[in-house]
Design a protein around this ligand. Structure first.
Ligand SMILES: NC(=O)c1ccc[n+]([C@@H]2O[C@H](COP(=O)([O-])OP(=O)(O)OC[C@H]3O[C@@H](n4cnc5c(N)ncnc54)[C@H](O)[C@@H]3O)[C@@H](O)[C@H]2O)c1
Length: 321
């Protein structure tokens, strides 16, 4: 398997929210990073924002890696030229807005500068490479590497190869994600919603249906996750939960599968449309604690808590390794 060497250059195409996070993650692991954007003024803004955010993380004690924030920021440079951005890069992470047409356009623009040594990943949340890379000369070097917001504190990356992606490209991407401190999972093939959103939508579907059936308030539904399933799932997944909640997963199935099956027969069939009238009802409840003008503040609070959880998980992993 080819590997991305620690002194390699990483190219980031699109320097908005996710592009900036990727730049900080790669710089945290000591990589040189070049960011490109269609708007030159956005590149300057992104470089400033990356520096300020790294300094903030350093002061909060949640900076990644061993280099100082200043040294990490110095590893990130900008380029107004797509070719210059990709030139000499081992790995490209595309981070332009979520649109099939735009991804197609940007990948076609990148294609002449892609080499047989590069891995070219899209950050796309739900667009598969088969939807836009079919005409590329280097389509076998493309795949999805989908991060979760905020990727600096939520390490999961879903790696989704297209039908033509070389196995070596998928393996190299996975190894790189591990090297920079992310937690990759690899799907064997493309599927709508990848894994995370398929699970997430299954959860939201049931929350939506319970709310519409007047079973619980919006606050109590969220509490089922934050003070019930969520804390457990931060450490063990649903399958390990089955394994631990009985004498192994087979015993769990023998004891509980029929009961679970019976509950599931009472579920509304999917799909569930998250309708605006219900959303407005939920909003009227949620607004009592989080009015719309406090959403930005609440996002920062969420990120601080996720940073603390990430640090806790890191410390506990160090103890158990
Ligand atoms: N925001 C999230 O929570 C999140 C999470 C996971 C994945 N993603 C995915 O990451 C990708 C980027 O999302 P984002 O939230 O960072 O978007 P964003 O709007 O914050 O940033 C997109 C950037 O791309 C630039 N851009 C637009 N057209 C371009 C072009 N032709 N060439 C180069 N740059 C161009 C824009 O100027 C902007 O700076 C999307 O595919 C999105 O689905 C987003």
């Amino acid at each position: 398997m080819a590997t991305v060497q620690a002194d390699s250059k990483i190219a980031i195409v699109g320097s908005g929210l996710i592009g900036q996070f990727w730049a900080m993650i790669f710089a945290g692991a000591g990589f040189k990073v070049t960011i490109f954007d269609i708007y030159p003024e956005q590149i300057s803004k992104a470089l400033e924002s990356i520096k300020a955010t790294l300094l903030k993380y350093e002061s909060q004690g949640c900076l990644r890696g061993t280099l100082s924030a200043a040294k990490q920021a110095a590893l990130v440079t900008g380029s107004n030229e797509l070719q210059q951005c990709l030139d000499g890069a081992s790995y490209v992470q595309e981070c332009v807005p979520e649109s099939v047409d735009l991804k197609r356009k940007v990948f076609e623009q990148m294609d002449p500068f892609i080499t047989e040594e590069m891995v070219v990943a899209t950050s796309s949340s739900c667009i598969c490479v088969s939807q836009f890379a079919d005409n590329l000369r280097h389509k076998h070097r493309t795949l999805v590497a989908h991060p979760v917001n905020p990727p600096y504190f939520i390490p999961l990356v879903e790696i989704v190869p297209g039908p033509w992606t070389l196995p070596d490209v998928t393996a190299t991407c996975r190894a790189l994600m591990e090297l920079v401190g992310q937690t990759p999972v690899t799907l064997s093939r493309e599927v709508a919603g990848f894994a995370l959103n398929r699970i997430q939508y299954a959860i939201i579907n049931e929350c939506w249906n319970m709310y519409k059936a007047n079973l619980l308030s919006a606050e109590d539904i969220d509490r089922v996750m934050t003070d019930g399933l969520g804390p457990r799932y931060a450490f063990i997944g649903p399958l390990e939960t089955m394994h631990l909640n009985a004498d192994g997963i087979v015993d769990y199935c023998k004891r509980y599968a029929q009961g679970a099956y019976n509950v599931c027969t009472t579920f509304e069939p999917p799909p569930v449309l998250y309708d605006v009238p219900t959303a407005e009802k939920i909003l009227s409840e949620v607004e009592e604690t989080i009015p719309l003008d406090k959403v930005v503040e609440r996002r920062a609070w969420r990120d601080e808590n996720l940073a603390a959880l990430a640090a806790l998980k890191r410390n506990r992993k160090d103890k158990t390794d």
